[in-house]
Design a protein around this ligand. Structure first.
Ligand code: HEM
Length: 417
């Protein structure tokens, strides 16, 4: 197997700027082996290889049953293959996919306006876009969808970071404390809903109770839904809530910081978006391609396999590098450039939300948040600009900014002027 001496996805240098190393790997060593993690793992770097693995609908080779993290986990919920995963996904389409974006349009807009109001209060003209906007928008939206208080945002962010950080710990049970904390957080909210059912004398809750006896939210839905003629187990409930909370906020935060960073880095690009609202969707898609919030996730191969001439022994953890596939010159011209003139077809091919049977269930919700955020920011803060260097998020498999200092002109002063 070829070697690319300086490609180690865990190293600090690569974490700082993974894309140059991805490019070298794509050309010289498209299947990379990393021995510095436990368990050791492989990485696929070319677009076609990553897509082929994602499109293995019946998991003939690439299984999701050991989980999408580098550790070997047991199959549960979305982390199943074939019909089992489809059956589980179907239960949550209503909550996490297209309708969620539409149903929450009003909530998304109101939240964006509130956040901008908070940023510009008392004539303030500088702040941190990451912590004051990008973190709070998705947390407030997902909190409402799940049915938890948006005022808990700081705690929710902390728990999310702990959970995502544990993803990178080389130990099978590394995530256990983070899961325990999330379960402890959700427990009283679930208990409150169980008490409502008891008070109403309902022993077999059903969907008709949502919005009537129970609040119409994901927490209540966990208690009424039927899966294989039974209710969800506590482990399944905890797993879904953790996935919705953590998968549903940090990634969207990164998408928002990444797109704003790219546009402000070259002010002429931001000006184009300010002048032409039709470019909002293009900017979001191009950002997802160039700077995907999740650089890669894992599958496990069920049998010995050879990819690009490189043998991978059965039962290996294999990282599918969306971040590398998205910059493959075999797919895109000038792949390292952020461009606002790519065609929709070209734009939408990216792998930021995965592909195939495990395609992100929250993609439409995330896109809605991105579109509305850019649309409202370009009209309310048209003179937004960078105000110093930002700071990368710490987890090596993720890509976003936890600090992004920005400045803007005081909208009130502009009106008076
Ligand atoms: C920009 C924001 C987002 C990005 C980049 C993103 C990325 C991804 C990716 C790459 C996958 C595929 C996992 C795989 O193939 O193993 C995925 C799956 C998933 N995402 Fe997202 N996501 C985002 C937002 C959201 C939101 C807002 C939610 C929930 C409200 C969500 C919920 C899920 C769920 C439940 C799955 C599992 C689907 C399955 O395995 O069948 N995501 N996401």
């Amino acid at each position: 197997m070829a070697e690319v001496a300086d490609f180690n996805p865990l190293s600090a240098t690569i974490a700082d700027d993974p894309f140059a190393a991805f490019e070298r790997a794509r050309d010289a060593c498209p299947v990379h082996h990393t021995a510095e993690f436990s368990p050791e793992f492989y990485s696929l770097t070319r677009f076609s290889d990553v897509l082929a693995a994602l499109n293995d609908a019946h998991a003939e080779i690439w299984s999701a049953e050991s989980g999408s993290s580098p550790q070997f986990n047991r199959p549960i919920g979305f982390n199943q293959d074939g019909a089992n995963s489809q059956e589980f996904r179907k239960l949550f389409r209503k909550w996490l996919s297209p309708s969620a974006g539409a149903v929450n349009a009003e909530l998304i807009d109101a939240t964006i306006h509130d956040l901008i109001d908070e940023m510009i209060v008392d004539g303030r003209t500088r702040g941190d876009f990451a912590t004051e906007f990008a973190v709070l928008l998705p947390i407030r939206v997902i909190a409402r969808l799940i049915g938890i208080p948006p005022e808990d945002a700081a705690e929710l962010k902390e728990m999310t970071d702990e959970f995502l950080g544990a993803f990178c710990i080389p130990a099978a049970n590394g995530v256990a404390p983070a899961v325990a904390r999330l379960n402890a957080y959700f427990a009283p909210h679930l208990e409150h809903r169980r008490a409502l059912l008891r008070e109403a004398g309902i022993s077999e809750p059903a969907e008709r109770d949502l919005g009537d006896v129970l609040p119409d939210d994901l927490l209540s839905y966990m208690l009424v839904l039927r899966y294989r003629d039974r209710g969800l187990t506590p482990a399944e409930i905890g797993y879904v809530l953790a996935t919705a909370l953590t998968g549903g906020n940090d990634t969207t935060t990164s998408m928002l910081t990444n797109v704003i960073h790219r546009l402000l880095e070259r002010p002429s690009l931001w000006q184009q978006v300010v002048d032409n609202g039709k470019l909002v969707q293009t900017a979001i898609e191009e950002s997802l391609r160039l700077d995907p919030p999740v650089l890669g996730l894992f599958r496990t191969n069920t049998e010995d396999v050879t990819v690009d001439g490189c043998p991978i022994p059965a039962n290996s953890k294999v990282m599918l590098l969306f971040g590398s596939g998205n910059r493959d010159s075999r797919q895109w011209e000038h792949p390292d450039e952020f461009r606002l003139d790519r065609t929709q077809k070209e734009l939408r091919r990216h792998l930021a939300f995965g592909a195939g049977v495990h395609f992100c269930l929250g993609a439409q919700l995330a896109r809605s948040e991105g579109y509305r955020a850019l649309e409202i920011l370009r009209t309310r803060l048209p003179h937004l600009r960078l105000d110093g260097p930002g700071e990368r998020v710490p987890q090596w498999h993720l890509w976003g900014r936890r600090r992004l200092p920005v400045r803007w002109d005081d909208p009130q002063a502009m009106e008076q002027g």
